[in-house]
Structures are given as structure tokens and as C-alpha cells.
Design a protein around this ligand. Structure first.
Ligand code: NAI
Length: 347
């Protein structure tokens, strides 16, 4: 059987939909992992996958991570994720987006989506003509999720520095990926006097930001070896693995990328090396908190306060993990299960 099939069994999704539209060429997978705490929330991403199974695995893993993110951020929502198969530069036609938007709308009340890799704010505004259940920051109904994600990671780095007994001024941070989140994070850190080393496969983008912030640039393949205090992964998933963890010289890892650990054992390896690890779904919950604004549960200041609370939440997680002798990612997973079990009992 395929990896996707095995994960379907293992992760216990509520519902997984496959959409195929002959006219527009749309092919998409929507994974609704868990709605115990409320309707599923999660972005829509578009990218080329080596196979359909890879797309299914991505949707399954990311939607489960959304359930965890929502549970620990104490949000009234569950976890979902949509992936559209195709090259955003070549295949993303208006007809394809319209076909996707019309189908997305049929899930209103059960799944709420937003922007993720491969989609732009223009695409989201276009989709919002067809689907009411999509966060449209440019249309004014939502906040800038990337900015909020960056603010949450910044709060996490501040907490990690405090745990290491270091100040933000002079803190040496390697930022991997300076896209929507990484660039805003780098600006926040630079504003506090941190010394930055930036890595991105997009050379023009990283050089421009390095000039703006007076930062160093490192080859993306060498970023794990950088002599820094904190490593901040803000690009793809799976970057913490058996090859990279032994190379890290940083004493803490805090970043926005989803699914950073290729395998939970890689989190154990970080712990064994004494590296303070911020589980991704705790550190990167800032974007999701925007939903509180959209649904009228919080004003912008309230959302920003909840984003800042990510720092103290991580601090408490590290304390408790130390007291219980557990790696933080294992404790976080357990806390998610506890929250879901308690909510199911109350139903
Ligand atoms: P983005 O696409 O704007 O930026 C990603 C950057 O990483 C790009 O500049 C890209 O060139 C670079 N990159 C790709 N592969 C790389 C590699 N191997 N080494 C170095 N750089 C590489 O994406 P965005 O929105 O900044 O998201 C970054 C991560 O954070 C993703 O994993 C995303 O799922 C996650 N995230 C994003 C949120 C959001 O609201 N944008 C919220 C929570 C998590």
C-alpha cells in the first residue's frame, strides 16, 4: 500500500475529499482532520508533487498539524488543509481557481481556508468571489497572516533567548527562508539588534533583504552549520532530519515552517543534543489567530495580544517538558490529545 494509504489509517481523519474537474484541469485534495473543537481551518497550497500520493500525504500531515495548532492555541476550530496539484506559474488559470472556489464554498461551515504556498493575495481575492469560507486579507476581512506568523515566531525566539540567558540585542539568528514570513521575522529581529544570517534559494530576494538589514548571507545548503544561537526554519518542511540535526550549532530552533521534523525521532535527537526546540505548530500559530478577527471574536489588538502569548506558552511548555523529562514535541503532542479527549467527553 502507499504512504498516503498508511497515513489515512494512522492519523484518523474525519473526511478526505479528492476533487477532479475535467474542464479546468483542477485536481485537489481536501483533508478535514478533526472538527471536535470547531470547523476545520487551514490554508490552500498549490504546488507540483512527484505523485498524487505525495499530495495526499502533504494534505494529511498538514491538516493534522492544523488540529494540533488550533488545540494548543485554544482556538474554537479544528484542522484541515487543501492542496491543489499543479505548477502555480503554469497551471493556475482563472478557470481552475473558479472551479476550486465553487467546490470550496460547498464546505462552508465545515472547512475554512486561506492563503498558503503557491497562492497569492490576488488569487485569494479572486477565490473569495466564489467561496465565502476563505480569508481575504487584501479584501479587508482578514489580517496579514504571514505578519502574524512572523510576530508569533519572534515571540518564540524572545522566549528561547530568555531560556538560554541571552538578550535579543546581539542574539545571533540564522533565518532559513526569507519569504512572506521569514522577511518580516528578520525585520523584527533586526529592529531589536539581533545579528542575522540569511539563507534563501532565491538569491535576489536574500541579497536585497541582507542589504536592507545589514545581515550576512549564507549558502542555503550550509545554513545548518552556521555559528549562531538560534536557527529559524521558515521555508519548507522536513528540514530537521538525520542529516541536519547533528550539524546544528544553534542552541535553540524556533521557526514558522510547517512539519519541520521529518520524523518525531528527529525531535528526540534535538532534545538529546540539549537544543531547545519550539514545536512548529505552537510557534507558528500566529496566522491562524487571525480567524478570531474575521469571525468577530477579537479586534486586531486582541489578536496581537494572543500572538504575543505564544512566547510565554513556549516558555511554560519547555518548563513542563523539563520537569517531566520529555522532549517538548512529545509533550505538545500529548497535550493536544488531552485537549481533544476532554472536548469529546464534554460533547
Ligand atoms: P513563502 O513562499 O513566501 O517563503 C518561503 C521562502 O523560502 C521563499 O523565499 C523560498 O525561496 C524559500 N525557500 C524555499 N526552499 C528553500 C530552501 N531549501 N532553503 C532556503 N530557502 C528556501 O512562504 P511563507 O508564507 O513565508 O511560509 C514559510 C513557511 O511558514 C511555510 O512552511 C509555511 O507553510 C509556514 N507558515 C506560513 C504561514 C503564513 O501565514 N504565510 C503561517 C504559518 C506557517
Amino acid at each position: 500500500m502507499s504512504a498516503g494509504h498508511d497515513l489515512l489509517q494512522a492519523l484518523g481523519h474525519e473526511e478526505v475529499l479528492v476533487w477532479h474537474d475535467r474542464e479546468s484541469g483542477l485536481r485537489a485534495v481536501v483533508a478535514i482532520h478533526d472538527t471536535t473543537l470547531g470547523p476545520a481551518a487551514g490554508g490552500t497550497r498549490m504546488r507540483t508533487y512527484p505523485s498524487f500520493d505525495h499530495a495526499l500525504v502533504d494534505a494529511l500531515r498538514l491538516s493534522r498539524a492544523m488540529t494540533a495548532k488550533a488545540a494548543l492555541a485554544e482556538m474554537p476550530c479544528g484542522g484541515g488543509k487543501a492542496v491543489i496539484l499543479g505548477d502555480p506559474a503554469r497551471d493556475k488559470t482563472d478557470a481552475l481557481l473558479a472551479a476550486y472556489g465553487r467546490r470550496l464554498h460547498t464546505l462552508e461551515g465545515r472547512f475554512h481556508s486561506g492563503c498558503d504556498l503557491g497562492l497569492t493575495t490576488r488569487d485569494i481575492s479572486f477565490l473569495s468571489q466564489y467561496a465565502a469560507n476563505i480569508s481575504d486579507a487584501a479584501g479587508g476581512s482578514a489580517l496579514d497572516t504571514a505578519g502574524l506568523a512572523a510576530a508569533g515566531v519572534f515571540a518564540g525566539i524572545e522566549a528561547a533567548a530568555a531560556r538560554l540567558g541571552l538578550a535579543l540585542a546581539g542574539l545571533r539568528v540564522a533565518v532559513q527562508g526569507v519569504g512572506a514570513v521569514g522577511a518580516q521575522l528578520a525585520r523584527l529581529l533586526a529592529g531589536c539588534g539581533a545579528r542575522l544570517t540569511l539563507a534563501d534559494v532565491d538569491r535576489a530576494r536574500v541579497d536585497g533583504l541582507a542589504r536592507e538589514l545589514d545581515a550576512a548571507v549564507i549558502d542555503p545548503a550550509q545554513v545548518y552549520d552556521a555559528d549562531v544561537d538560534v536557527f529559524s526554519p521558515n521555508a519548507a518542511g522536513g528540514t530537521l532530519n538525520a542529516d541536519t540535526v547533528p550539524r546544528l550549532r544553534a542552541r535553540a530552533v524556533v521557526g514558522a515552517a510547517n512539519e519541520q521534523l521529518l520524523d518525531p525521532a528527529d525531535g528526540d535527537a534535538l532534545h538529546a543534543r540539549g537544543i531547545v526546540y519550539a514545536p512548529d505548530y505552537v510557534a507558528n500559530a500566529g496566522g491562524l489567530l487571525s480567524l478570531l478577527f474575521e469571525t468577530g471574536q477579537c479586534d486586531e489588538a486582541g489578536v496581537r495580544e494572543r500572538v504575543r502569548a505564544i512566547g510565554p506558552r513556549l516558555g511554560a511548555l519547555w518548563e513542563r517538558a523539563q520537569a517531566e523529562g520529555l522532549p517538548p514535541h512529545r509533550l505538545a503532542d500529548r497535550m493536544v490529545e488531552e485537549r481533544l479527549t476532554a472536548a469529546r467527553r464534554q460533547r
